[in-house]
Design a protein around this ligand. Sequence first.
Ligand code: NAG
Ligand code: NAG
Ligand code: NAG
Ligand code: NAG
Ligand code: NAG
Length: 673
Amino acid sequence: MTFSDWLLVGTLLALGGSWNVIHADGGSERNCSAIPPYLPSTVVNTTLRLQALREDMSSFNVSAYIIPGTDAHLSEYIAPRDARMAFMTGFTGSAGTAVVTLNKAVLWTDSRYWVQAERQMDCNWELERDVSISSITDWLIREVSDTDNIGFDPFLFSIQTYESYSYNLVPAKLMLKSIPDNLVDRVWTDRPLIPPDNLIRLPDRVVERTWQMKVEHIRTQMTDNPYKPTAVLLSALDETAWLFNLRGNDVPYNPFFYSYTLLTLNEIWLFVHKDRVTEDLKLYLNSTCYLAHCVQLLEYEQVRVMLKNYMTTSGVKVWIGTEYTNYALYELITPEEKLLTSAYSPVLTTKAVKDETEQRILRDAHVRDAVAVIQLLMWLEKVVPEGKETEMTAAYYVNECRSKQKDSRGPSFETISASGPNAALAHYSPSNATSRKLTVDEMYLVDSGGQYLDGTTDITRTVHWGTPTDMQKEAFTRVLMGNIEISRTIFPSGTKGVNMEMLGRRALWEVGLNYGHGTGHGVGNYFGVHEWPVGFQSNNIPFREGMFTSIEPGYYKENDFGIRIEDVVVIVPAHTKYGHNYLTFETVSLVPYDRKLIDTSLMSTQQLQWLDNYYLTIRELMGAELDRQGLTEEKKWMLKHTVPFQRATDSAAISSLSLTLTALATALLHNLL
Ligand SMILES: *[C@@H]1O[C@H](CO)[C@@H](O)[C@H](O)[C@H]1NC(C)=O
Ligand SMILES: *[C@@H]1O[C@H](CO)[C@@H](O)[C@H](O)[C@H]1NC(C)=O
Ligand SMILES: *[C@@H]1O[C@H](CO)[C@@H](O)[C@H](O)[C@H]1NC(C)=O
Ligand SMILES: *[C@@H]1O[C@H](CO)[C@@H](O)[C@H](O)[C@H]1NC(C)=O
Ligand SMILES: *[C@@H]1O[C@H](CO)[C@@H](O)[C@H](O)[C@H]1NC(C)=O
C-alpha cells in the first residue's frame, strides 16, 4: 500500500498521517445545468486537450483511457510534470483518478476534494463522488462496449492497482491495454521540464556506510535468501538515493531524483537522467570498478529495455518490493519462476534501521529544528494578543526560522498552520483566502518540518494563548497522555507498532473521544518526511533498535478546534529487571507542550515522571544549543516552559530524606563520640 492509500484506510474522513494539503480557497462552484453553464474563473478549459487525447486514443485503438494522479515511483509528492490528472481535468487535489472515453470524461475523488473539484473543473468533466476501483470499473462496464480496449500507462499503476482493475474488468470481457507511451504527455505541449539541478552526493560527515558497503550488504541478503534471487530491482525514489548516498531536486519537499536501479550479484545498473550526473559524480560511482563495484550509468528511460533484456538470460530471478514497483516493470518479469516478491525491497527494510551516524545526525537536526519551533511559539505568544498575525504569517515565520539553521534545505512538507475550526479540517493548510487571524480566543495547531542535510523533521504543537475551556484542557491532556503512554512503553524487540497503537488512544477512548488518522510514520535522514515501512499501521514492519518514527495522536472537534501532539522518537534499548532484548522510545523532538492545556490531575505518576524527565532532557540539550546560538530570550522562554511538574512533591521528598540523613548522621556522631 502506498502512502496515499494508507491515508484512506478505513475512513474517508482520512485524516491520514500524510497531511497532504488542501487549499480550500474561497470562490464559487461551477453550475453545468445553468444556460449557459456558469464557470468560475478557477476552472480550466479542457476542450482542446480532451479533443487531442481522444484522437490519440483512437489511433491506439482504445475506447477509454485511465489517468491516475501518481508518478512512476508511486511517490507521495509528485513533480509538476507528473501532474497529468491535474492537466487533463483542471483539478489539482492530491488524490483522484480520471477516465476519458470517446464521449465522456469523469473524475473520481474522495469527499475531501469535492468542493475543490467543482471549482476547478469545466463542464466537460463529471464528478464521481467515490474513489474505489470497483466504482470506476462498474462505470467502465456500463460505458464501454464488450471487447473494447481500456488503455492505461503501466508506469502509473502499482501491481495492486492493476490487479484490482483486471479482477473486475476481465470477467466483463473488457481488455486492459498497457500503453507505456503516456497519451497525456503526447498532447501536453507545455509539460514542465525536470528541474535542471544536478544530483548531489552527501558529504562524508553524514555518511557511515559508503555506497559500496550498502551494495555488498544488499548482495549478502540476496545470497542468503533461500529463493536465490540474482537481482534486486529498485523503483521507489528513496531506494536508489539511499543506496548511492545521492540526493536530487526533482520532486517538491523530498530531495529525490528520477531513478531506478537494477542490482545484480556482479553488476550495478543505475537509470537516471545522465545529464544530471557531473564528472565528479561519475568518478564517485566508478572509482572501484576493479572490485565488482562498478556502476553502469544508463538513461532513465532505458529501464524497460534493460530489464526485458535481463529477463532473457537463463537462470535469473528478480527480487522486487511489490508496494513500490510499477506495473510497467512488473509485467516484464516473466515467467513466474523468475520473480521473487516481498512487500518491501531489502533496501527499504535495511534503510529503516538507521546506522550510528544517521542516528546521531538525525538527533542533531532535531535540536536545531527545535530552536526554530521555540522561536515560533515564543514570537506568537508575544504578538498574537496584538491581533495582527494570521495562519499564513505564522507558517511563513517558522519557515524563516528554520532557514536560518545550519544545513537547512527548506520545509519537509507544506506547513499546517491552523486556528480554531480550521484545525479540525483534515489536511488543512492556509491560503490567502482561508487564513484566519490568530487570537487569544482560539486554539492553534502547527504541524511543520524541515529538511536538513543531516535529517528530516516533523513536529506538531497545539497551543492556546487565552483561557482554554475545561473540555479543551481535558482533550489536550488525554492526547498528551496517549503520546506519553506509547513513548514510555517497554516492549520486546520485533514488536509491531500496530500492537501498541491503542495505547495512544486509550486515554481518549475512556471518555468516548477518538481520532480518525494513523498514529505515526517513519522519518528519514534528509529524505521523505513520511518514510515507509516504519510506523504503527498493520502493514508496517516490526520495530527494531535504531528506527525513528513519529507518535502523533490527536483529537478534532468539528467546527470548533483541533489538537495534535506529534513528536519524533528513536527506538533504543531498555534495561529491564529480568529480560534481555527489550526496547523503548526516546523522544528526539525537543519542544515543550503548552502548560496551560495540561491538567496534571488526570495524569498518572508515571506519566508525570516521564514528562519531567523529558523536560529535563529539553533543558539540557536545548539549553546548550540556545547558549551556543546566543539566543538568551529563547532560553529564558524554554526554561519557563519546562519547569518540572513534580518539583514541589519531589523537593519535599528530598528535603525530608536529607533531614532523616542529617538526623541519622547526628545520632551516629553522638554514638561515636
Ligand atoms: C444551477 O442553475 C440552475 C439553472 O439556472 C438553477 O436552477 C440551479 O439552482 C443552479 N444550481 C446551483 C447549485 O446554483
Ligand atoms: C473552451 O475552448 C474552446 C476551444 O478554444 C472554445 O470553443 C470554447 O468556447 C471554450 N469554452 C469556454 C466555456 O470558454
Ligand atoms: C482494436 O481492438 C479490437 C479489440 O481488441 C480488435 O478487435 C481490433 O482488431 C483492433 N483494431 C486495430 C486496428 O488494431
Ligand atoms: C565506469 O567505467 C566503466 C568501464 O570503463 C564504464 O563501462 C562505465 O560506464 C563507467 N561508469 C560511469 C558511471 O562512468
Ligand atoms: C497572498 O497574499 C500575499 C500578501 O498580500 C501576497 O504576497 C501573496 O502573493 C498571496 N499569495 C497567493 C498565493 O495569492
